[in-house]
Design a protein around this ligand. Structure first.
Ligand code: SER
Length: 349
């Protein structure tokens, strides 16, 4: 990447946490923004408190810095978005629009496309019934795009908006107008050993694991047979880095599925029990959250990403649990593992 100045939005979130570490190790200049100070800020990363719904602040940031790469991670997730759909729309759509227009303007100023990397999600899908979900198997990027959450609709719209900015924005107004370079990966559920997610609906996977590592009881809010694709955080961060670095001419689409393994809730429970044999994990169904998971695919087809930019996860399910999650989560909680319940309660809808 060399001399790029990289902007990370949503720096206090889970992916921001891991991406900042990686970019700092690579010696990149990083400006990180969020509403709140990240609990973990690698040395050398410049943090600015900034609300992406404030268009003046976003435009000023781009005009006063030389950002040429954006990882736009900020957003309210699916459960959080159902709790507060107006705020979700404002952050997920309006905030994204501010960033896209600012990146577009920077593209004009620089005379070179700003690369705009956007993590989208399996929430962009909406499969109408469990029977269709089972029959669908691994879904392609262009199938079942009728999401049932505010978050899913927001993400799907921003995918389309990014494609529009990348190819058509102001096409009718100017000739030879440079466009920003929008690239998007649709992530599955992501499991990190470092952080616990908040406000998502695939959270039962990581929550089970973190509760078990702390010696706390956990009730899973979806049915045992609820199936989703997942990957571990190092692969999620690598997918974002790899699509960011891919040669433009190799990309044949703006949105790519990436995934590593597909598991039911019960299969995750069994794997967690294997790592932490004394763990206490039950089920307490939350109908609405379960319905959200039921509308997402059991797996996604990532063959376009494999073909176009050489995507392949480093961690299959065995390596994910055995070589990443188990040692890292044991190191994280170590001897200080709490015996009482962690703050992993179900987000009420
Ligand atoms: N992890 C997200 C959520 O559960 C899905 O991408 O909302």
């Amino acid at each position: 990447m060399g001399t790029a100045t990289i902007l990370i939005t949503g720096a206090a979130g889970e992916i921001g946490h891991s991406l900042m570490d990686l970019l700092q190790r690579m010696g990149e200049r990083v400006i990180a923004i969020d509403l709140m100070q990240p609990s973990h800020l690698p040395s050398g990363v410049e943090f600015r408190k900034l609300d992406i719904t404030d268009n003046t602040a976003v435009q000023h940031l781009f005009r006063s810095t030389d950002v040429d790469r954006v990882f736009h991670l900020a957003g309210l997730l699916s459960t959080g978005g159902e709790k507060n759909p107006i705020l979700a729309h404002s952050v997920n759509v309006q905030g994204s629009f501010h960033l896209l227009t600012a990146a577009h303007e920077a593209t004009q100023r620089n005379g070179a496309p700003v690369r705009f990397i956007f993590p989208s999600t399996i929430a962009a899908y909406g499969i109408p019934s469990p029977q269709i979900k089972d029959a669908a198997g691994s879904v392609r990027e262009d199938q079942y795009l009728a999401p049932i959450t505010m978050y899913g609709n927001n993400k799907l719209y921003v995918e389309n908006l990014g494609r529009y900015f990348s190819n058509y924005f102001q096409l009718l107004c100017a000739e030879n107008h440079p466009h920003l370079d929008f690239r998007c990966v649709r992530l599955p559920g992501v499991i990190s050993a470092e952080t616990v997610p908040t406000g998502g609906t695939s959270d039962y996977g990581p929550e089970m694991l973190h509760a078990a590592a702390q010696g706390a009881h956990y009730d899973c809010f979806v049915t045992p047979d609820a199936r989703l694709p997942f990957m571990v955080m190092p692969d999620a961060v690598r997918a974002l880095m790899d699509i960011a670095d891919a040669p433009r001419e190799s990309l044949t689409q703006s949105v790519y599925n990436v995934r590593s393994f597909s598991l039911t809730a019960e299969e995750i429970r069994q794997r967690v029990l294997k790592l932490f044999p004394g763990a206490s994990i039950g089920y307490a169904l939350h109908e609405r959250r379960n319905a959200i998971v039921a509308s997402w695919p059991g797996d996604t087809d990532d063959s376009a990403a494999r073909r176009d930019w050489g995507w392949a996860p480093s961690y299959d399910v065995e390596r994910a649990f055995g070589e990443y999650l188990a040692p890292a989560i044991r190191a994280r909680y170590g001897r200080s593992a709490r015996k009482t319940g962690p703050d992993l309660g179900c987000v009420a809808l």
